[in-house]
Structures are given as C-alpha cells and as structure tokens.
Design a protein around this ligand. Structure first.
Ligand code: UGA
Length: 439
C-alpha cells in the first residue's frame, strides 16, 4: 500500500514515519524545500524521542521518502493525508487556508481514486469544504476520478507520540462512503493487532471528537488547579485529594495533576476554537470559557507566591528557572507558562537565569537576551535569591539538595509542578512553595 502525507510538521512526520515502520510505502510531501532537503539528510524540524532513529531506519529501507513534488508523489497512492498547520486566525478560529490549498492541489494532481484524509485538527464542517475543493478541481479537469474524504483526528502527546501512534487508545475515523472505510481499515490493520479499537463514524462526529477530547482534558486540569488553589486556602493537601478522587474509575487518575497551567500547541488552541465554533452556532460553552479563564490565571500563580515571599519587591533580585518548555520531553515553547512567568519577574526588576535540557534554543527566539541561559541546572543556582521549577524534567527530580543550598543565596524554592515532598524540603531548610500541597 502506498500513501502520501502532505505537511511534514509534527503530526505529518510522526504519522508518516509510523506508517512506514509497519511496512507501508510513504511519501512525505512539503512545499518547504529546505525542510525536505534536511529530512533527506536526517535533520528533523522537531524534537521527539525516538523519531530520528525511526526516520533513519525507514529511509534506509526505502519505505519512507521525502519530496516537494505532490504531483509525482501521489501516483498510485491510495490515501493522501492532509497534515498542514491550522494557525489560529485573529478571531481565534482555525485558519483553513493551508488545508484547503492542499485539497485543491490534490484535486489538481491525483491520478487515481484516492481517500483524502484530514489529519490536522479542524473545526466541524471542514471535511465538507475539503470535499468541495477536491470536486471543484476534478470538475475543472473533467476527470472521472473519485476523491473520498475522511476525518482522522490525531491523539498524539508530544514526547510520547510514537507510542501513542503505535499503541493507540483508539483510532477515530470519520467517513461518508463504504470505500473510504474499507481503505482506512486496511491502512490501520497493523495497529489493531493487540485489540486497539478503531471507531468509524460520520465525519462531523469524528471532527467533534478531537475537540471534545482535548477540551475535556483541559477541563480536568483547570478543575484540579482550582481545587489545588482552594486546598491551600482551606488547609487541605491536593495530592491526597487527587489520590482520593482518582481511584474512582469514573474520574480516573490521569490528567488531574495541578501545576502552572496547561500550554502547548493543542489545548489552548482547541479550547479557544471550540468556544468560537459554539459561538458561531449561537451556543455559549460556559464551562470551557471558565476553563480558559482559570488557565490564564494559573500561569501567574507562581509569580504571586514569589511576590508574596519577597513582599512585592523583586527589584535587583536574581531568580533561577528550571524548565522552559511547556512540558518535559519536548522543545516546544508554544503557550509555555515560562513565557508568562519569566517576563513577569523581569518586569518587576528581577534578573533571571534559566536552564532547560532541550528547549533553550527554541526559548531564545522569544526571550532573546533578556535572560541568561545556563549550561546545566547547577549553574542556575549560583547566588540566586529563589529557584522556580516550571517544567518537571526528570533531571530536576532528585538533585543533591546540599549542593543546591550551598550554591543559592536565598533558600526559597517555588515549585510549579509539585516534584518534591514539602515535609522533606522543610527539614532540609528550604522555604518551599508549591501548588496546593501541605507542608
Ligand atoms: C495533547 C493531548 O494530550 C493529545 O492527546 C492530543 O493529541 C494533542 O494535545 C493534540 O491535540 O495534538 P500535548 O499538547 O502534547 O497533547 O500535551 P499534554 O501531555 O496533553 O499536556 C498538555 C498540557 O497540560 C501541558 O502543559 C501539561 O503540563 C499540562 N498538564 C497535563 C497538567 O497541567 N496536568 C496534568 O495532569 C496533565
């Protein structure tokens, strides 16, 4: 079986590489010549654990190819995935111009019947637009070809994307023709072997499933952040509460960790987009609006604790920051809480030195030279008044606290990810502040 993936961003590249891994012939197409040249030389545009080796392996086996030529790549392909970006427009809704441009290009260049699959996260109704664009082009060509459409949302977590793809909780496929179902079932067969389910449904339901999933997860997080903040006020411990509620299977113990707010390229964008879709259809998503408000505020929680500790006087203080990316195992800085926290400290007249295992280069595009970038976690500590933990990279989890103490000038640690035990930190002589835990 041969397939084409258009768009070699995060989703397209992971998708194409994982399909190649199970023996499917994949051509990843992108209009960006430099990106394609780099990929041919094994240089990836993103960091994702395990991906580089997988790309290399499949390129060597000849199952994974990269090209800028859609027209040539699409010959004999049974499926074409659209995996290009949908950046939020000024009003918060997803901008579909890249998705529809690809649909048009496929309509212009397809040589045989094909299933065109929307993989990018797109608002309900987009696949219909894709279908219209395809049919328009086929009409112009007077071609007696059929382009079936399908919506196949992705549920990949950055940092765990390969595992999520190879061992999916579920595969959701929206279709509007039996031919499309048959092709998609054949394509995904290698991933269903160990009982991983595939759900076929109508296209709007598949499109909605993606937004509902991310919005539900964002809701869990904002809810827990609210609970954690309240725990602090009433003298409860959110870790105990989390365990107490998480053991109820109806609630579940995942995605109920409080912190400094959710970030990344998905939750903030998808929550906004769903609120917007609802509004356009005359409906008010009240819960989701609150989810967004809570998250915006949560990004300031750590700075509020810092201000309280230093009596609102941060002028001339020096702070260390451990972790910049929006979560561990990625260099992704999109909507990262660190991009709210650090500017707040700087605005108040403090200076900042930061370390992140992989995201410093990415972070420097936004933070530029407003902060100092350290070579390692220990360098961050030299003479600082306080340490802020913003991303829970495993290398921050068990430092030698004697060394930490000896290097720091102050003794305050503000932990936005609850990675230490408050009692132990107190015994060690730190002033330790975290999110909703009891000392
Ligand atoms: C998210 C979803 O988890 C994926 O299923 C989905 O496919 C993806 O979006 C997408 O739409 O492409 P991702 O953005 O990579 O994946 O990151 P998550 O691991 O979901 O984390 C999102 C944010 O929530 C992070 O900032 C993380 O720190 C925060 N979070 C997560 C918490 O604050 N608490 C938790 O308990 C879990």
């Amino acid at each position: 079986m041969k397939i084409v993936i258009v768009g070699t961003g995060y989703v397209g590249l992971v998708t194409g590489t994982c399909f190649a891994e199970v023996g499917i012939e994949v051509v990843c197409v992108d209009i960006d010549q430099k990106k394609i040249d780099n990929l041919k030389n094994g240089i990836l545009p993103i960091y994702e654990p395990g991906l580089e080796e997988m790309v290399e392996r499949n390129v060597k086996k000849g199952r994974l190819k990269f090209s800028t030529d859609l027209s040539q790549s699409i010959v004999d392909a049974e499926v074409a995935f659209i995996a290009v970006g949908t950046p939020p427009g000024e009003d918060g809704s997803a901008d579909l111009k890249y998705v529809l441009a690809v649909a048009t290009a496929i309509g212009q260049s397809m040589k045989n019947d094909i299933v065109v699959v929307t993989k990018s996260t797109v608002p309900v109704g987009t696949s219909l637009k894709v279908k219209k664009a395809l049919q328009e082009e086929l009409g112009k060509r007077n071609a007696s070809l059929t382009a079936y459409v399908s919506s196949n949302p992705e549920f990949l977590k950055e940092g765990a994307a390969i595992d999520d793809f190879m061992k999916p909780d579920r595969i959701v496929v929206g279709i509007d023709a039996p031919q499309a179902e048959e092709t998609m079932r054949k394509l995904y067969k290698p991933f269903l072997l160990n009982g991983h389910p595939i759900f076929f449904m109508d296209i709007p339901s598949a499109e909605m499933t993606k937004y509902a999933a991310n919005s539900m997860l964002a809701t869990k997080i904002s809810f827990m952040n609210d609970i954690a903040n309240l725990c602090e006020i009433v003298g409860a411990d959110v870790n105990l509460v989390r365990k107490g509620i998480g053991s109820d299977a109806r609630i579940g113990n995942k995605f109920i960790y409080p912190g400094v707010g959710y970030g990344g390229s998905c939750f903030p964008k998808d929550v906004k987009a769903l609120i917007k879709t609802a509004k356009q259809n005359g409906y008010d998503m009240r819960v989701l609006s609150a989810v967004e408000d809570v998250n915006d505020d949560q990004k300031y929680v750590l700075v509020k604790k810092v201000n309280k500790y230093f009596n609102n006087d941060l002028k001339g203080k020096k702070f260390g920051v451990w972790g910049l990316s929006f979560k561990p195992k990625t260099d992704d800085m999109r909507e990262a809480p660190s991009l709210v926290i650090i500017p707040e400290l700087l605005k108040a007249g403090a200076s900042v030195i930061a370390y992140d295992p992989v995201a410093m280069h990415e972070a420097s595009h936004t933070l530029k030279d407003t902060i100092t970038y350290a070579q390692d976690p220990l360098e961050v500590l030299e003479g600082i008044d306080g340490l802020l933990i913003v991303t829970e990279w495993s290398e921050f989890r068990s430092p030698d606290f004697d060394v930490v103490k000896s290097k720091m000038k102050g003794k305050a640690i503000f932990d936005g990810r609850n990675i230490y035990d408050p009692k132990e930190m107190k015994t060690l002589g730190f002033d330790y502040y975290c999110i909703g835990l009891k000392a």
